[in-house]
Design a protein around this ligand. Structure first.
Ligand code: UDP
Length: 362
């Protein structure tokens, strides 16, 4: 088969790598399409896994709009139409504007679309924006819907999308399992908190409040080491650096490479984050997450007691942190949460594509 895989942001790259590797392992021809958003973070990771970029779209411009970015994705794909129209399927992942635009391009060019991580929903088009809209739109024009959980499948079914839906788990778990096997950690009783924050919904005051909470934690709990890899987005970086520089127990770093980040998650007592991917990965390695969002499309880990939705309210962040600090010794040995899969999602995705190809040729 000829399988196209489109990605551009860090989480897309992380979640597509297992699929690319599995497709190649089984001898399929893979065409990788890099839209170019997180070049610095993505390219080293791809080369670590020996994955070449076949088509590079380079869509990023300073102060770009989402519509401008969409236009450049469409034009870039058009320029590579000769190669792309031979694809049996074009895979897109998640919920970015480039994933939706890539799916739309495939749709109008009559290429089958496979959606990795299908069926996540908040049903609030304003939150997360524009991701919720992107997800719903991708579902409408895809032929294969690789749902990570039963809940995601149910959302698709309730929307009348039933053909081509398969629950496979999340490829983020394939990746985190693969990488955590490569990490060797001595036994550590360190008190560590890992923090990340980058979401657009939190730009309007949320990042400020998150920093106020981290500052209070650093002052009140000097025995805890707080590590905060700061996202490159200036909306995040300026505020975080202004508020949190100069504390002896806060370590502000550049975004970490994936191996380093998984190591840091593994060493943490707990994690404070607004990241989608972290809400899947951390529970799967037994870590609890204070989620800096009011709502999430990843309710499974909330229901399993691994993630706690507190939004960006300073008091709530502090109270939950205090609770997890008290419990953290027990939690170090807590079970892992398996709601997001068994680490074999990529293999199930390729199984499904192979099966459909067979059915077509019969
Ligand atoms: N991540 C990383 N380095 C960091 C922070 C996060 O490699 O410094 C990884 C993390 O393990 C997860 C992904 O990046 O796989 C999450 O990306 P992000 O939070 O940017 O996006 P989201 O998941 O919210 O879409």
């Amino acid at each position: 088969m000829k399988i196209g895989v489109l990605f551009g942001t860090r989480p897309e790259v992380i979640k597509c790598i297992p699929v690319v590797l599995e497709a190649k392992r089984r001898g399929h021809k893979v065409v990788t399409i890099f839209t170019g958003q997180h070049r610095e973070m993505a390219l080293p990771l791809l080369s670590f896994f020996d994955i070449a970029v076949d088509i590079s779209l380079n869509v990023m411009k300073e102060n770009q709009t989402l519509s401008g970015l969409s236009q450049r994705v469409l034009e870039g794909l058009d320029e590579n139409k000769t190669v792309l129209q031979e694809l049996d399927v074009l895979l897109v992942q998640g919920d970015t504007t480039s994933a939706f635009t890539g799916a739309y391009w495939g749709f109008v060019n009559q290429i089958k679309i496979g959606h990795i991580e299908a069926g996540l929903r908040t049903y609030n088009l304003a939150g997360p924006f524009p991701e919720e809209g992107n997800r719903q739109l991708i579902s409408k024009i895809s032929s294969f819907h690789f749902a990570p959980t039963e809940l995601a499948k149910d959302c698709l079914y309730n929307e009348g999308i039933r053909n081509g839906v398969r629950v496979v788990g999340n490829t983020s778990i394939d990746m985190v399992k693969n990488v955590s096997e490569k990490i060797s950690l001595g036994s550590s009783n360190e008190k560590r908190i890992l923090v990340t924050a980058h979401r657009r919904e939190n730009f309007d005051g949320g990042i400020d409040r998150i920093c106020d909470a981290i500052m209070a934690l650093a002052k009140d709990y000097p025995d805890y080491q707080i590590t905060f890899p700061v996202h490159k987005n200036p909306n995040v970086r300026t505020i975080v650096n202004n508020k949190l520089e100069g504390f002896s127990n806060i370590r502000l770093t550049e975004p970490m490479d994936y191996l380093e980040f998984v190591t840091e998650m593994t060493r943490s007592s707990f994690i404070i984050s607004d990241s989608g991917g972290v809400q899947e990965e951390a529970p799967s390695i037994g870590k609890k997450v204070i989620v800096l969002r009011d709502e999430t499309e990843r309710m499974e880990a909330v229901e399993a007691g691994f993630c706690f939705l507190v939004g960006t309210n300073v008091e709530k962040i502090l109270l939950k942190s205090q609770e997890l600090m008290k419990n953290s010794d027990e939690d170090k040995n807590s079970n892992v949460c398996t709601v997001y899969g068994d680490g074999k999602a990529a293999s199930k995705i390729i199984d499904e594509l192979e099966l459909s190809k067979k059915e077509i040729s019969i």
